[in-house]
Write a protein that binds this ligand. Sequence first.
Ligand code: CA
Length: 442
Amino acid sequence: MIRLNETHDPALRSWVPSANAAGTDFAIQNLPFSVFRRQGSSEDWRGGVAIGDQILDLAAVAAAGVIEGAAFDALQAASGAALNPLMALGPGAWSALRLALSRALREGSAAQAKLGTCLVPQSAAEHRVPARIGDYTDFYTSVYHATNIGRQFRPDNPLTPNFKWIPIGYHGRSSSIGVSGQQFLRPVGQAMPAGAAQPSFGPCKRLDYELELGVFVGPGNALGEPVAIAQAEDHVFGLCLLNDWSARDLQAWEYQPLGPFLAKNFATTISPWIVTLEALAPFRAPLQRPADDPQPLPYLESAGNREQGALDVQLEALLQTARASEQGAQPARLSLTSYRHAYWTVAQMVAHHTVAGCNLQSGDLLGTGTLSGPTLDQACALIELTVGGKQPLTLPNGESRAFLEDGDTVIFRGWCEKPGAARIGFGECRGTVLPARAIRGG
Ligand code: CA
């Protein structure tokens, strides 16, 4: 577990004025990473750290000669077109770089003169997926989501008997992961309409989002050498927002016996910024589990995980329809919850993923699963909010939605705040549904 240190001091202020603004996601206590370049340019992609409304260009900082030692090695590893080399270095190097950047960006730092020219406004930048993601696994760690959705797919048996013993997951698809701003075609496929004798084929009629967090793997583990839960977080670089777009009608027809396939593999959208575990240290929380639930098996259990394995990250989903955009309306909030309600923690996900011998690699992505909280206004997918489409939502401009329509943009936000700590945030994860591709005959 990462202890609090000088980089978390809520009194720290930056010489970048926007980093000191109330309500900013990117205070000097955050320092999340992305890969960026100037919008519309053919510049090299390189690592950047958010500070206020600016990006600190890490390749430029490396050339400026103001950072030395282990922090410089980490800085160089973060200067390329993907963050995998930085992720591979591990917590010691990440922490050294965070401390050096925190000191360099503070009010009164001697580095200000040289680093002032290393800033790029976020409004002038574009991002890409920040790592080469070799493998993507999506978990299913919210007992509330599992129960809500299970009730619709299996009314007689909503929560499967394994849920409270195993962090359930499936191996997803990394090739279709895009960064915030992603636009994707409505998927097309097979569905089995109620009462029909054979499946229909056409554009998805029940397109949904899933509000999740993504977990980027730091140093990997060797094949056949599981990661013990006590060391699991040493293998985690940081967290991002993740939208696991889901075609519910395709899913209902295809998911048995081997789980989601085409219902999930057409697009996944992540936020550009990865917030490190060290930045999240002030927002640790005990793992809550009802007393009469089974206790985790020993490989999924540790004192550290029980006492502070959960993270209190506030999560919000919003919807902006095409018509609302034309009207200049603000996006409508669909739900608000916290990651602290998850049944299984990040450390348990890593320990379970590797326990049979699977090797994780730097840059791999783990999804937490839909992070629905205990009440309906904390549900993080339309299938829950609309009870399978039977109770459509009415939006502030009078439109209604059972599932997503073409032109809809779904926006996720995440942040952490509590007394005695500086507020930090994840920025946004936004994606837009485009009409389905025309279906050719034959
Ligand atoms: Ca999911």
